[in-house]
Design a protein around this ligand. Structure first.
Ligand SMILES: [Zn+2]
Length: 380
């Protein structure tokens, strides 16, 4: 057995209180490829933690057979801070309650000092360059000092992921089909991941503008590759992505155990676990640009009444939902129709039907970049 489990203490936020992370490590330390997976940095996104739980069991079995050939790190609960935040019986796991913002935004930018650290050392050997860059990235993370409980969480998670070949951040949406976010430089190389997990929309953006966890580890490679002279190869050496395990209510052994089996097969296909994963499933989508996915927002408050279901294909101009004003005196002024701004697939909706102005009521996966989708591409 190669498995070890480490308990990492976070910075204590108040006297008498301390939280911790658990990280399970499989395989020989330093073996390649290395994969890092974490669940539910948005702490109220429960399906991801159940997928991680089932994956741990599969990895334990494989480890007992001596089948772990790479190195795999798994953090089954990435956000104990968010998990502790309840208000009137509701778990509030998306934003840090003491003012630190969205748990999956504003991760540290590892790039600014990277070029100077490796100046003069890079050469024509891509594998050697990858080693140098990974060592520098490890150094950059190690030099950061936590100033709060949340930043100690960030730095611990970043230290696990920073030199991995594969980083998978497991989330879920509100009410949604399975989908995946990554960067264009990993397409079509990540088409095996997209097909294996059964992604219904694989959304690509080089920089979504939010400094999300996954981009922290893929972006430095892309920026460095663009900055170095010709003849110095810098491959996109970290395949990083965010997997959205459907909606918050889609939590259950019957759905999430097969999700874990799919990740296991992906890791087999990528050479981290011995054994035959079988044929790759038929892909359920082609990758599309993230700026071609419409975020349909309501301009008014009210009750959202859907006219379309998840998975429906819609045409631009079709009514997706109506926002009902429950204070209206009659039916005709009561409803505001929201129309699709693109042809596409209904990927997400809302579980809670009372909405406020600016709320996203649906995401529609189109293929043509939208004028409404420039700059910041994520949701807060
Ligand atoms: Zn999330």
């Amino acid at each position: 057995m190669t498995k070890t489990t480490n308990r990492i203490a976070l910075l204590s936020p108040s006297p008498g209180t301390q939280r911790h992370l658990l990280v399970h490590r499989y395989g020989r330390p330093g073996a390649r490829p290395k994969a890092y997976l974490q669940a539910s940095i948005h702490a109220d996104e429960t399906p991801a933690m159940l997928v991680a739980h089932h994956l741990m069991h599969l990895l334990d079995e494989a480890d007992a057979k001596g089948a772990i050939t790479g190195e795999i790190l798994l953090v089954p609960v990435a956000n104990p801070i968010g998990l502790s935040q309840t208000l009137n019986d509701h778990l509030l796991g998306r934003h840090e309650a003491s003012g630190g913002g969205n748990f999956n935004r504003s991760w540290p930018d590892l790039y600014p000092t990277l070029p100077d650290r490796i100046a003069g050392k890079l050469g024509p050997d891509a594998a050697r360059n990858v080693e140098l860059v990974r060592a520098a990235l490890r150094e950059i993370v190690a030099e950061l000092t936590p100033s709060s409980e949340f930043s100690s969480l960030r730095l611990a998670l970043a230290s696990f992921a920073v030199d991995a070949d594969i980083v998978l951040d497991m989330h879920c949406d509100d009410e949604a089909l399975m989908h995946l976010y990554s960067i264009p430089q990993h397409w079509p190389s990540a088409s095996d991941l997209s097909a294996e997990i059964g992604s219904r929309a694989t959304l690509l953006s080089e920089d979504s503008g939010g400094n999300a966890f996954d981009e922290t580890f893929s972006n430095p490679w892309i920026r460095l590759a663009a900055a170095v002279p010709a003849g110095i190869p810098i491959p996109p050496a970290c395949l990083s992505g965010t997997i959205e395990y459907r909606g918050q209510a889609d939590t259950g052994d019957e759905i999430n155990r097969p999700d874990a089996e799919a990740l296991f097969r992906f890791l087999q296909r990528r050479g981290l676990i011995a054994g035959d994963p079988g044929p790759l499933p038929r892909p359920l989508c082609e990758a599309t640009r993230l700026d071609a996915t419409e975020v349909l927002r309501t301009p008014v408050a009210g009750i959202v009444c859907y006219r379309k279901a998840l998975g429906d294909r819609v045409a631009k101009g079709e009514v997706i939902a109506e926002i009902l004003d429950p204070l209206a005196q009659g039916p005709s002024p009561a409803r505001l129709a929201l129309e699709a701004g693109t042809d596409g697939l209904i990927l997400t909706r809302r579980q809670h039907k009372m909405v406020r102005p600016g709320d996203c009521v649906a995401k529609i996966v189109g293929t043509e970049p939208l004028a409404s989708r420039r700059g910041y591409l994520l949701q807060d």
